[in-house]
Design a protein around this ligand. Structure first.
Ligand code: GLN
Length: 401
């Protein structure tokens, strides 16, 4: 009998290798200051790390409950309630996953059928379309546009139709740093209610904001029953490698998420879930000082980018700053990012990976206009990037359109 080795499945071929893996590898190869992949270059709070070590020695070494360690489900629900959202049943409505990325996958695979459409907002976190593809669904897109990245409600109303299963929103937004206004969230909610579709709300940056506290769309009238809210420990506690995430959704939608989650990972890492349960009861002062530190890092990052001749957009939340690369004479964002990492010694993310290609597999010029700098970094890292960015010189000959 012969077998044929086909390689990558057709539905995943368009996605290639994740831009984060590519840029992290180039950063290491060139010894670049890494402002690419969004992970802090400092460690999480010592008391949370100690709790993790204690849990490893205290008999948390085996699989836990598939839906999450009971104390973590309770802590997620308690934090949600403490923020004045609504009462959540920890066992019926909270599911703990292996980071928010698994929660996104479980949501799509568990709730989207072939033929269903999912509306994404460009620029988007790159795992959204890949997970829709794994579920066999079809992506439709609307776009946030520079300079204000306002939510395109009219485009959304046009993109939503009888096959729409879900609209994915993310606020604070990776990569633009937008925090959706109450009016924008109400607009999305109105469209979702009228279409009878779900909303998937990725809120992993919910504690990193610089103006108004972001709202959860699930708290708007008629939205609780149709919203899946996703979040995680990683950004709030600077422990992205712990991969502790969760979903909050009404029981009927939770059933779909769990149907997939049990076969994806079965459960997250047990001792880290135990420690995460303690971390989530951190006092408000922890979150306030996190924000104060991020406010300073944002100020520093913007200063360094401006000194280099870039014109960054000011993020309202998240730990990313976007800037157009147009003044520097490169053909597109990928060429600019390659120049930056190999010649200047600073790694940043070319944002074209956050836009859907057209039918011919290529992306339009607007999709290639931006690069993303992560400022979840020590001040000395941001300063070192600043030193290197001095080598960046605006081109006397910008490319012709
Ligand atoms: N969320 C992180 C970022 O946007 C990346 C996570 C990952 O590498 N998959 O940079």
């Amino acid at each position: 009998m012969t077998t044929t080795v086909h390689g990558i499945a057709h539905r995943l071929r368009p996605f290639g290798e994740s831009v984060f893996a590519v840029i992290s590898r180039l950063a290491a190869e060139h010894g670049a200051v890494n402002l690419g992949q969004g992970f802090p270059d400092f460690d999480g709070p010592p008391e949370v790390r100690e709790a993790g070590k204690r849990a490893i020695d205290a008999g948390f070494g085996q699989y836990g409950r598939s839906i999450g360690l009971p104390e973590l489900n309770r802590a997620v629900a308690a934090r949600w309630n403490a923020l004045g959202k609504f009462e959540v049943d920890p066992d019926a409505e909270v599911t703990v996953t292996h980071g928010c990325t698994e929660a996104i996958a479980a949501t799509m695979i568990g709730l989207v059928d072939p033929g269903d459409e999912v509306v994404l907002v460009e620029p988007f976190y790159d795992s959204y379309p890949a997970c829709v593809a794994m579920a066999g669904g079809t992506v439709r897109t609307v776009r946030l546009r520079a300079p204000d990245f306002a939510f395109p409600l009219e485009d959304l109303a046009r993109a939503v139709g009888p096959r729409t299963k879900a609209i994915v929103v993310n606020s604070p937004h990776n990569p633009t740093g937008r925090v959706l206004t109450p009016a924008e969230l109400e607009g999305v909610a109105r469209i979702a209610r009228a279409a009878g579709c779900m909303v998937v709300s990725d809120e992993v940056y919910d504690e990193i904001w610089f103006g108004e506290r972001p709202r959860s769309i699930a708290t708007l009238p008629g939205m609780r029953e149709r919203t899946i809210t996703l979040s995680s420990l990683g950004k709030t506690f600077s422990l992205t490698g712990w991969k502790v995430g969760w979903s909050i959704a009404p029981p009927a939608l939770t059933a779909g998420i769990r149907a997939a989650h049990q076969f994806l990972t079965f459960c997250g890492a047990t001792p880290l879930q135990r420690a995460a349960a303690d971390a989530l009861s951190a006092p408000a002062s922890y979150h306030e000082s996190l924000r104060a530190e991020y406010r300073e890092r944002r100020r520093h990052m913007l200063e360094v980018l401006r000194a280099a001749g870039l014109s960054p957009y000011e993020p309202e939340g998240s730990y990313f700053a976007l800037a157009p690369h147009a003044p520097f004479g490169h053909t597109d964002d990928v060429a600019f990012a390659r120049h930056l990492v190999s010649k200047v010694g600073v790694a940043a993310i070319p944002c074209s990976a956050f836009y859907a290609p057209g039918a011919d597999g290529t992306r339009d010029a607007e999709s290639h206009a931006l690069v993303r700098f992560a400022f979840c970094k020590r001040h000395e890292t941001i300063a070192a990037a600043g030193e290197r960015l001095r080598a960046l010189t605006p081109s006397a000959h910008p490319p012709q359109p």
